[in-house]
Design a protein around this ligand. Structure first.
Ligand SMILES: Cc1ncc(COP(=O)(O)O)c(C=O)c1O
Length: 490
């Protein structure tokens, strides 16, 4: 949100939280310090002080407000630490350019809508060393295009890495992809040896897959997924009577619900795929967060003969590296190679080399354990706080782990309205409609909640706000809410 586009109230509310650290109570209303911050934000907010403009000198501001130079300095430094202004030695303070200024909402928010990790849980500095090593020790790779399938030595390391999840795949079937999203997009667009045309997706499902289907203009069919999995008879009927090229599934820690399939369901899916000549694309994007080694992927049930196994490094490492892998059944390898080559000639060799060094030195394993524990603790806290705090009409079907869960809403709490209210309260979440095919009935309206960027304390604060918003909306009728907002709900 651009400061200029925001109402004054919202800026100040956020600033109170950001700079003065919490509820209005901690800010001394009317203090000189507060007045200076407020005045500067107003000027910036309404565009009177443009990017690059010099702020009044500290001395002039002190005189104007009848306060000490120190008070002005503290106020300017608070604005600086929040990115609104910057200091030039011996010249004074200047208004920061828009891109350098964080969105007040974004920094004040507890980002329950996040899908990418924060710095605190990621080995950024450590990985940076490996990037540097990749540049210096393997600089030859930077002067070449490399194999579109991926660095052979990295593929060997990945084949070994996959054994940890119970997959024994020859490296000749492994592709390094520029994020698992790329694998999904290529699989959706390319022809399959079974000659079929349609894609079957769980409902709800990962919205990035729905996007890929939409842009590739591929016909899609939905199959309901609930806390107890999918109806296997329905799955069989789809496989039998529709031209299903592939069935896309996130077998564990599903996005957006966090659910995982039971062993018997995973085995049945693999069996039915083989029986009806359907491929399964298993998106195991959170495999590294699994605590129970007996929970193997669907692909472990057929050695990747019918199953395309897709894995991401974005949630446990760095999404900006754009690293993922796809392990393919042999009949798909050549077509996938051709499509991957046309997409980008291969994934960045810099990222690939850094990952290989990182994996080979055993650091990924160490990091994986720590990140797994971090997210498990957060999820445990989310489940506990939701149970204690949310009104009984709003329920959370506890996931086995991972980073996402869904809050299920009663009909009296419309999803879109709740989403807007949560955004305004600084606890944004993603509304369920994003995870459904157009026209597919959302049996239980939902909101996706994520713990990837919220630690336990933030979860506690955030869920309190969510519960308060839910109670407020449940107390009033839609008509009353509409009237209270002057006809348009904000
Ligand atoms: C289920 C699922 N699959 C795939 C992806 C894409 O991840 P990547 O960054 O590896 O492309 C995401 C990203 O959020 C996801 O949630």
């Amino acid at each position: 949100m651009d400061v200029r586009g925001a109402g004054k109230e919202s800026i100040l509310d956020c600033v109170r939280v950001q700079i003065f650290g919490g509820g209005g109570g901690t800010m001394q209303e009317g203090s000189k310090y507060g007045n200076i911050v407020r005045y500067a934000l107003d000027r910036i907010g309404e565009g009177a002080w443009k990017a690059g403009a010099k702020l009044p000198s500290v001395r002039a501001m002190a005189e104007r407000n009848g306060c000490s130079v120190n008070t002005v300095l503290r106020a300017y430094e608070a604005l600086q630490s929040e990115g609104y202004v910057y200091a030039k030695p011996k010249a004074g303070f200047f208004v920061a350019a828009d891109p350098d200024r964080p969105s007040p909402r974004a920094t004040a928010a507890i980002p329950f809508d996040a899908a990418s990790p924060d710095e605190s849980a990621m080995p950024y500095k450590e990985f940076f060393e490996y990037m540097t090593k990749a540049v210096f020790q393997r600089r030859g790779a930077l002067f070449d295009y490399g194999d579109p399938q991926g660095l052979p030595s990295l593929r060997q390391a990945l084949a070994k890495h996959l054994q940890d999840v119970g997959l024994f795949v020859d490296e000749r079937r492994i592709f390094v992809v520029s994020g698992s999203q790329q694998a999904l997009q290529l699989l959706v667009s390319m022809p399959f040896p079974n000659g079929k045309t349609h894609v079957l997706v769980e409902q709800p499902t990962y919205h990035g897959m729905l996007r890929a289907l939409r842009t590739a203009n591929v016909p899609a069919i939905g199959l309901e997924r609930t806390e107890s999995g999918i109806d296997l008879e329905r799955l069989e009927r789809h496989f039998q009577s529709n031209p299903i090229k592939l069935f896309y599934t996130a077998s564990r820690f599903h996005n957006p619900t966090g659910w995982s399939y039971a062993k018997s369901q995973r085995e049945s899916i693999a069996r039915l795929a083989r029986k009806y000549d359907v491929y399964v694309v298993e998106d195991d994007y959170l495999a590294d967060l699994e605590h129970d080694s007996r929970n193997e992927p669907i692909a472990a049930n057929d050695g990747c003969d019918r199953i395309v196994y897709v894995k991401s490094f974005s949630k446990t490492l760095l999404p900006g590296m754009r690293l993922g892998l796809a392990a393919l059944p042999p009949p798909l390898v050549e077509t996938f190679r051709e499509h991957k080559l046309c997409a980008d000639f291969g994934t960045s060799s810099l990222s690939q080399n850094a990952l290989e060094l990182y994996l080979r030195n055993g650091l990924f394993d160490v990091h994986r354990k720590s990140v797994r524990a971090t997210y498990r603790d957060r999820m445990t806290e989310l489940i506990r706080v939701c149970r204690e705090t949310l009104p009984t009409q709003v329920t959370l079907d506890a996931p086995a782990g991972g980073i996402f869960a869904s809050l299920f809403l009663p009909k009296t709490l419309p999803e879109a309205e709740f989403a807007r209210a949560l955004g305004a309260a600084g606890v944004p979440m993603v509304p369920g409609e994003r995870f459904f095919l157009p026209g597919f009935p959302e049996a239980k309206p939902l909101m996706r909640i994520s713990v990837i960027r919220a630690d336990e304390a933030a979860i506690r604060r955030g869920v309190e706000l969510v519960a308060a918003e839910a109670r407020r909306l449940l107390r009033t009728t839609p008509k009353e809410r509409d009237e209270a907002s002057g006809g348009h709900w904000i």
